[in-house]
Write a protein that binds this ligand. Structure first.
Ligand code: G6D
Length: 352
């Protein structure tokens, strides 16, 4: 196992380094000290062909200019916050309205676009990186000085483990995730409409026209949102279900896991034989099917088009600060925010 680093660009006068984690079986994970962005994940297909399975740019300059959060850690609060404001203990906090009139993914200067202090971590059976960022009190309108540590660890089971830890000096809100767009076909050969998704969720959050949760939980059973027994993503992309239409002809929805505690998500691509098994401690996963990717020109040399990648953003409920019935995203000074999600890649070898 090893870690290779190279200068990938500069941002506001600071060097941007791309670190590549390499395990003993050919899997590599490349990431930046900018936004903790994952730029590439290379894994084998059923024939052993090593190919990239996430969306990312080849040049750093494209990230600040164009990236729809490719591979990035998103925070302080992932998702939308209605009206770009919230109240804590009777005091109102106004946030950046970067998705006017609402707040999205931590604001104009969210965690996806800051430079993180980075240190290499070398374990016995894993290599990784620790990223650290101190968000000052009032950054993007959020209260409290928030110290956040994100750890990426690659092991020899072809697992990428992502863990998050947050500490604050005054009451605030935190909901972190990773916004990688997966495409298991390999080097973006095909889009994700034929990918099969399987997870145990009986309910999902209804979205309004502005993609803000209405607070209503809808039943997944026998709808394009029912992934209990596996479903092609094209089912929601080509659906006339009002919620698929509202999302821009696809998915952009928080799927609520049926059971509390640890849950799993399986994404598979039959043609390549690749699968991604996600294990998370989070209560929901925002399924976003890349409905607006056509707005870009090209991605890693491939003509951009909708559905070229699918996001599985394991996290707390979006806009939870306005819905006391949702799991809380409030962090108090005496508490530690902790979250962990593991991505395990594997392929059915020839003849399976
Ligand atoms: C759109 O609504 C979607 C978000 O869910 C996604 O995270 C973003 O594009 C990249 O705003």
């Amino acid at each position: 196992m090893e870690i290779i680093d190279k200068i990938f660009g500069t941002y506001k006068g600071e060097p941007i380094t791309e670190y590549t984690l390499v395990n003993d079986y050919g899997m590599t994970v490349s990431c930046l000290n900018y936004g903790c962005v994952i730029t590439k994940i290379i894994v084998p297909d059923r024939h052993g062909n090593l190919e990239n399975v996430v969306l990312g740019f080849e040049n750093f300059e494209d990230y600040p200019e164009w990236s729809p959060y490719f591979g990035a850690v998103v925070g302080r609060v992932a998702g939308r916050i209605n009206g770009a404001s919230f109240e804590l203990d009777g005091k109102e906090y106004r946030l950046a309205d970067n998705d006017y009139p609402n707040h999205l993914h931590g604001g104009k200067k969210g965690f996806n676009s800051v430079i993180w202090q980075t240190e290499i971590v070398e374990g016995e059976n894993a290599v990784g990186l620790k990223f650290f960022y101190q968000s000052p009190d009032g950054e993007e309108g959020y209260p409290g000085k928030l110290d956040t540590t994100v750890t990426y660890m690659l092991n020899n089971k072809n697992e990428l483990e992502i863990s998050y830890e947050g500490k604050t000096d005054q009451k605030t809100v935190v909901n972190l995730t990773n916004h990688s767009y997966f495409n298991l076909s390999g080097n973006l050969k095909r889009d994700c409409s034929e990918h099969i998704l399987q997870l145990d969720s009986n309910q999902y959050l209804e979205l309004g026209q502005d993609l803000i949760p209405t607070g209503k939980m809808l039943c997944t059973r026998n709808t394009p949102f029912d992934f209990k027994h596996g479903r092609r993503l094209g089912s929601g992309i080509n659906s006339s279900h009002p919620q698929n239409v509202i999302a821009g002809n696809g998915y952009d929805h928080p799927l609520v896991f049926t059971k509390q505690g640890e849950n799993t998500i399986m994404l598979s691509d039959e043609e390549s034989g690749r699968s991604l098994l996600i294990t998370t401690d989070q209560p929901c996963v925002v399924l976003y099917s890349g409905n607006y990717l056509a707005g870009l020109y090209s991605i890693a040399g491939v003509r951009a088009r909708n559905y070229l990648g699918v996001c599985l953003e394991t996290q707390g409920f979006p806009d939870a600060i306005h819905h006391p019935e949702f799991p809380s995203v409030i962090l108090n000074p005496e508490e530690v925010y902790y979250s962990k999600t593991v991505y395990r890649f594997f392929a059915n070898t020839v003849g399976d």
